[in-house]
Design a protein around this ligand. Structure first.
Ligand SMILES: Nc1nc2c(ncn2[C@@H]2O[C@H](COP(=O)(O)OP(=O)(O)O)[C@@H](O)[C@H]2O)c(=O)[nH]1
Ligand SMILES: [Mg+2]
Length: 331
């Protein structure tokens, strides 16, 4: 079992409750879920931002090598009646290197945010926006392609480094690289102090979530997708169908067994009343078995997402489709 299905329980819990559809034409036919993925260069403050969004220390964050995010991670909470899924990534989208480990991580990120993220949060640290940092940001933007722009929010970290300067005032005098970015994102940006607590933390969280909601609304409830996500989704669906087919066959086998056992037991019974009693018992057992399998069918997707082999299958599917070569740009 992998740890990619961290949100399994809450998803199941939410599926059992009546979940409202937050916006008309919501394309996600699964339960109402808001998927956010944090992207940007290592050390920019992605994990710290994830913690600020969730309001708890869910992701490891820090400067020591021990706290550097090495693998994509998914954490969930509930926001405004929707399941909020936050996926933290290591700096995988800012690299030219497409080695096996990077491919696996990208596949993992795609799986954790499948069938696609509603919002991509590009995390950039204020005051430290070096040339190297600029290059990395450009790479990330290029990687996701122009079609991803309408799903992106620019989030500056280290707002506390501005001391008491007002963020809007700072922007007027900000380095060219920062100005350039802000211009690209129009009004879709915000700044976080990830060291903030209490009311300040809550206020910036609300500010971001308001932006998130705005992005989702502007996109008509659609999530970001591209060839890569679609190909991965095909593979996931393929596996889900296989699992469901296995359960269907297993249910038929079990039902046949139950009937056979019943026939064997009543064969020598004389009393009609007793036969009827046993028959009613059998019907109950059949119904119970059916409902157990119905639940298994429903959670087939979660089951597939939790299998460690699904990542390898996605990597393979993406390689077969040459998508790792073209990457996200190819939408
Ligand atoms: N002062 C300050 N430090 C921050 C802020 N955001 C992140 N950091 C620090 O920057 C370092 C890198 O953050 P981390 O979340 O691990 O970055 P990641 O590699 O992008 O996940 C950590 O030491 C954080 O404590 C912020 O808003 N203010
Ligand atoms: Mg990190």
């Amino acid at each position: 079992m992998g740890d990619q299905g961290m949100c399994q329980l809450s998803r199941m819990e939410m599926a059992q409750k009546a979940i409202y559809r937050p916006w008309p034409g919501h394309q996600d036919h699964r339960i109402s879920q808001l998927r956010i993925v944090l992207i940007g260069k290592t050390g920019g403050g992605k994990s710290a931002t994830g913690n600020s969004i969730l309001g708890e220390k869910a992701f490891k964050s820090g400067i020591s090598s021990k706290s550097v995010t090495k693998s994509c991670e998914k954490k969930c909470s509930v926001w405004n009646g929707s399941e909020l899924v936050v996926v933290d990534t290591p700096g995988i989208f800012d690299t030219e290197v497409q080695d096996a480990d990077t491919q696996k991580e990208i596949a993992r990120c795609v799986l954790l945010t499948s069938p696609g993220p509603h919002v991509l949060v590009l995390v950039v640290p204020l005051g430290r926006y070096t040339v190297e940092e600029q290059k990395a940001t450009r790479k990330v933007l290029q990687m996701f392609g122009d079609s991803a722009r309408s799903f992106m929010i620019l989030l500056f970290t280290r707002k506390d480094d501005l001391d008491s300067i007002d963020f809007q005032d700072y922007l007027k005098e900000a380095p060219e690289g920062i100005q350039e970015l802000v211009a690209k994102f129009h009004h879709r940006y915000c700044a976080f102090n990830n060291k903030a607590t209490g009311a300040e933390q809550e206020a910036q969280r609300v500010e971001l979530m308001t932006l998130v909601q705005q992005v989702v609304r502007e996109n008509g409830g659609r999530y970001f997708t591209n060839k890569m996500y679609r190909r991965a989704e095909e593979e996931i669906q393929h596996q889900v169908l296989a699992v469901q087919e296995r359960y269907r066959a297993a249910l038929e086998r079990e039902k046949a067994q139950i009937r056979e056992e019943y026939e064997r037991k009543i064969r020598h019974l004389e009393s009609e009343l007793e036969r009827e009693r046993r028959k009613a018992q059998m019907e109950r057992t059949l119904e119970e078995t059916e409902s157990v399998y119905a639940l298994r069918q429903q959670s087939a997707r979660v089951e597939v997402e939790n299998q460690s082999w699904i990542i390898e299958l996605i990597v393979k599917a993406l390689n077969v489709a040459s998508l790792f070569f073209h990457l996200f740009m190819d939408d």
